[in-house]
Write a protein that binds this ligand. Structure first.
Ligand code: PBG
Length: 332
């Protein structure tokens, strides 16, 4: 007689009472898992709605400061800041990225002034600053890896000196983590963390973000396929991770999030290093529009965020962070 079978085994016993469900729960989303991406812009008293992303705004720095106070009250541990650079400051080389007084550096200083404890994350990539919209510079109609690296390393140093805690290279040039780590060492910025966008896929889910930072018309190469990963591949993500770790990354990131849970799981089981997911703008817009139209409930937010934890994430960059905190506080 087999005792490991119905009716000796009844899976529903453990599910019957809520105390028991609480006890056996394997993953519990917490405020500590959340990183909030925020867009900043020029001027004052501005809170510009982003059409493609309901409830998400571009803040002038004074309004950004007010927003940060709310984020800190919610105990969200870290933010990722993205600048909306004005067109007349963009050029082929992304020169504005190397201006120590540019929008992102000023935003970092504002954030640092509001709180010493808030984690500040900044992208390293040239796309907010180039007139052609690419993450690197172009030579002979090609994204020039090695020439881009030199600029990206300088961008990283400028942002680190402005007070950023975590440098997040999102440009997908080969060798970027290594050159950034070397430059940080040379500048004695030894405690600056690198969260590498390790497996960053060439994705159509970034559309709303590109509108948010006004970088949506790509020139020369019409997409980012020559540097971002092909969404058909997964083993390649492991090679990217091996390289990033050997070059000095402290944390890895997978991006987008929900369509890539398999990649998160692979990286988590292959390496002993923290792994993060970026639930990107398109994922946010899909869900938020469905929620705003009463097609789905807000609880779907927690379900997606918990799926990242289940897949192996240490944390998630998500535009839902403030709503998620509210839902966590209300026990969903
Ligand atoms: C810049 C960058 C992008 C995102 C984060 N950093 C866009 C891109 O690579 O084209 C996307 C974030 C989002 O969609 O929310 N390299």
């Amino acid at each position: 007689m087999n005792f490991n079978n119905f009716p000796n085994v009844r899976m529903r016993r453990n599910r019957m009472k809520s105390f028991s469900r609480d006890l056996i729960r394997e993953h519990q989303l917490s405020v500590n898992d959340l990183i909030y991406p925020i867009f900043v812009t020029y001027g004052s008293n501005k809170k510009e709605p982003i059409k493609e992303m309901p409830n998400i705004y571009r803040f002038s720095l004074d309004m950004f400061e007010q927003e940060l106070k709310k984020i800190i009250k919610l105990k969200i541990p870290a933010i990722a800041i993205f600048p909306n650079i004005e067109n007349n400051k963009k050029d082929a080389l992304g020169s504005e990225a190397l201006n120590e007084n540019n929008l992102i550096c000023n935003a970092i200083k504002v954030a640092r002034n509001v709180s010493l404890d808030l984690g500040i994350i900044c992208d390293v990539a040239l796309d907010p600053y180039t007139d052609h919209g690419h993450d690197g510079v172009i030579t002979n109609s090609e994204i020039d890896n090695d020439k881009s690296l030199k600029i990206l390393a300088k961008q990283a140093i400028i942002q680190a000196k402005a007070g950023c805690d975590i440098i997040a290279p999102s440009d997908m040039m080969d060798g970027r983590v290594g050159i950034i780590r070397n430059s940080l060492e040379q500048e004695k910025l030894t405690n600056i963390q690198i969260m590498s966008y390790t497996a960053k896929y060439s994705s159509s889910f970034y559309g709303p973000f590109r509108s948010a930072i006004n970088s949506n018309s790509l020139q020369i190469e019409k997409n980012k396929d020559t540097y971002q990963m092909d969404f058909s591949n997964s083993h390649e993500a492991i090679r990217e991770a091996e390289l990033d770790i050997s070059e000095g990354a402290d944390m890895l990131m997978v991006k987008p999030g929900l369509p890539y849970l398999d990649i998160i799981h692979k990286l988590k089981t292959s390496f002993n290093i923290p792994v993060f997911a970026y639930q990107v703008s398109g994922e946010y817009s899909m869900l938020m529009n469905a929620i705003n139209n009463n097609l789905l409930s807000e609880k779907t937010i927690i379900e997606t965020l918990t799926s990242f934890k289940r897949a192996g994430c240490n944390g998630i960059l998500t535009y839902f962070a403030p709503i998620a905190v509210k839902l966590i506080q209300e026990k969903y």
